[in-house]
Design a protein. Structure first.
Length: 300
């Protein structure tokens, strides 16, 4: 008979799954920035002759990314299976972990489409955006599995402003993928690019980032007036990461988009999106799980 799993052990499994989802974003960026997108010319095999081929640098980089996807799959499947053996079964955790499994399967299929279409920029955009969705869902899974989640019931105006920040931040990330699709780091010199002027794409992305930062500043001002102390840190983290992200973005654009700065930009984008999801999840009604101790701060 299988022994029941403690909440603390399950929380560790969810953190491992989230960490792997973040790392796969970085390894995926490494594939593009080193020009290794077609290091493996076939899928799911590396080539027609070999299932695994690390005989070249580009092939090794692409193969490492593919192999790490297997680790991600193992960890998210473990999160699903482990949720069924919790001492107090949590259907919400099972559903969230199951969503991660579906998303990772989607990533594998999208990865195949990216390779088989010779790094089509639209497929690449979808690949990255799905990664962001999975990171966000993984963070929510970690927070719910943690057991002690503080959520604020804010007045309607502040709640809407938090939602607006989340929407604007998401739009900024989407426009960022357009810049990438039109830019120089396609993963291979012969890869197709979006038929969009990079200056126009960068301008749209810059406007969306500025709008996001202004909304964050406005939210911080509104929250300070109403004394929502526990929420200040979450907003300030989003603002700091957003400013850093914008700064790196402008520096890389005016320095011919060097690969090293693009890597930092992608890492910051991931951290920024996680901070936004943390902020979004910190506001609103509590989920209905009686077995989890939570505290609601209600301000009138």
């Amino acid at each position: 008979m299988v022994r029941p799993l403690s909440p603390s052990r399950y929380a560790w499994i969810t953190r491992a799954a989230l960490t792997s989802l973040v790392i796969i974003v970085i390894t995926g960026a490494a594939v593009r920035l080193t020009g290794s997108g077609l290091g493996c010319s076939d899928w799911p095999r590396c080539s027609e002759e070999r299932l695994i081929d690390v005989s070249s640098f580009h092939g090794a980089v692409e193969q490492l990314n593919r192999l790490f996807t297997g680790i991600v799959a193992v960890l998210v499947v473990s999160a699903v299976l482990a949720a069924r053996f919790l001492r107090d079964r949590r259907r919400d955790l099972e559903r969230l972990a199951g969503l991660l499994v579906v998303g990772v399967i989607g990533q594998v299929l999208l990865g195949g489409i990216v390779v088989l279409t010779d790094l089509n920029p639209v497929a690449n955009q979808g690949h990255f955006l799905l990664s962001m969705f999975l990171v966000g869902a993984g963070l929510i899974l970690v927070k719910r599995a943690g057991g002690d989640v503080v959520r604020l019931a804010l007045p309607t105006s502040e709640t809407r402003l938090v939602r607006l920040v989340a929407v604007l931040a998401s739009f900024a990330i989407v426009t960022g993928t357009v810049v990438t699709g039109a830019g120089p780091h396609a993963g291979d010199e012969k890869a197709p690019r979006l038929d969009v002027a990079i200056t126009a794409a960068a301008r749209l992305h810059g406007i969306s980032v500025i709008a996001t930062l202004l909304a964050i500043v406005l939210l911080l001002i509104r929250i300070r007036r109403r004394s929502f102390g526990p929420l200040h840190t979450a907003i300030e983290v989003v603002l700091v990461l957003g400013v850093l992200q914008a700064t790196v973005g402008y520096v890389q654009y005016f320095n011919d988009i060097p690969a090293a700065l693009v890597a930092i930009h992608i890492a910051l984008a991931t951290a920024f999106f996680m901070a936004v999801i943390n902020l979004w999840y910190s506001v609103g009604p509590l989920p209905r799980q009686a077995d989890v101790a939570r505290r609601v701060i209600v301000s009138r």
